[in-house]
Design a protein around this ligand. Sequence first.
Ligand SMILES: [Mn+2]
Length: 300
Amino acid sequence: MSRTIAILGVPMDLGQGRRGVDMGPSAMRYSRLQEAIAAIGHEVHDLGDVEVPVVESLHLDARHAPGGMVYLETIVQACEETIRRLGELDPEVVPVVLGGDHSIAMGSVAGCSRGERTGLIWVDAHGDFNLPETSPSGNIHGMPLAALCGFGDPRLVNLGWEGAKIRPEDVVVIGARDLDREEGLLLRRHGVMVYTMSEVDRFGLVRIAEEVLRKLANVPRLHVSLDADALDPEVAPGVGTPVQGGLTYREAHLLMELLADSRRVTSLDLVEVNPILDRENHTCRVMVELAASLLGKTIF
Ligand SMILES: [Mn+2]
């Protein structure tokens, strides 16, 4: 089925402390993302990037490393702009939003939802469900899933429009293996479905994808937010927060293929690729291949 795809970059590195993740959008373009999607038969438009200030231009106190709450207003502005840009698209268009760190998802998920009920498949080593008061690092890229569900700093929760953008029962986290203690308790308390790597090992992704699609069967829109660190660092070395024991190359493809087969995915993010930490752009190439699988590329 041929669709119209819109690529939007959000070169954000203020949600965490490692520099370089802001180069993700250009590195994924360099890895021929547009060509890979067009080869499937889709019409692809590249909308360019949302403007994100570089940290040196913000003239903040030098004691503040990127990542902390001091960058919140700047992140809010970039997310607002992301929501505005996505809102201009025809609702039938499938946005592919390129990060940047995962804080961009507060803008992309809100914008892609278009205010409709949306299922959110968060493929990530981490839960990203911290609150400012529970976060050990204070990094905002550890908070976007909580903020989307209505928890945390009100300036993040009320991005775009007031209140939660996603119902916790419409969220599924897949690939988790590094949850902070308080974060784990919050995810449980709010009834977010979490498939850890242990569950991936035990049940396999075929069963997990079936369960996820059944759980979200009555939700009209589906957003996939793919964090490169969900993959094993052997497969995706170019990430700021690598955790051993992640998805293999084939597991990640299988998950994308199973979601593609459902023909229900309406938008996606590709985030947390750090080209500075990568090996010869390998991680970008994998992310581009996974995006193509999710958008319907088949082997035969
Ligand atoms: Mn993440």
